[in-house]
Design a protein around this ligand. Structure first.
Ligand SMILES: C=C(O[C@@H]1C=C(C(=O)O)C=C[C@H]1O)C(=O)O
Length: 117
């Protein structure tokens, strides 16, 4: 049976609550489990994940704004738009801490600050 469920984000989703082996009920549809204790713990963890995501988004936006300000300040003073040696340092920092995903993340961070090349 397909049932409309309001997600914690407020958006409406359709869930199959009776598909073979799947947990049933609206709480199960939200957390993916029928077990009340597991659902409770998942809810707690998700609240912290949501906090972290909000912080990450705010930091992302702050970093991009700061990076844009550096670029504008440098160009207004006759300098270059980019400083590739500095970008390499940042890429290496993220790669050494996070591996290949860190490199991808740093590339996105750098792009957010200066736009696509
Ligand atoms: C912000 C700067 O300008 C550019 C953007 C960078 C960044 O987003 O970290 C790094 C180097 C520069 O290409 C900087 O020189 O520090």
């Amino acid at each position: 049976m397909m049932t409309d469920v309001v997600e914690s984000s407020g958006s409406l989703a359709r869930h199959d609550l009776t598909a073979g082996g799947d947990p049933t009920g609206a709480a199960a549809a939200r957390t993916g489990t029928d077990d009340a204790a597991a659902a409770e713990r998942i809810g707690e963890i998700r609240r912290r994940i949501d906090e972290i995501d909000r912080t990450l988004i705010a930091l992302w936006q702050e970093r991009a704004a700061l990076s844009q300000e550096v670029g504008a300040t440098r160009m207004a003073s006759g300098g270059t738009r980019l400083v590739l040696s500095r970008e390499r340092e940042i890429l290496e920092r993220f790669r050494s801490e996070l591996g290949a995903d860190g490199t991808q993340l740093a590339l996105l961070l750098l792009r957010a600050g200066r736009g696509p090349l």
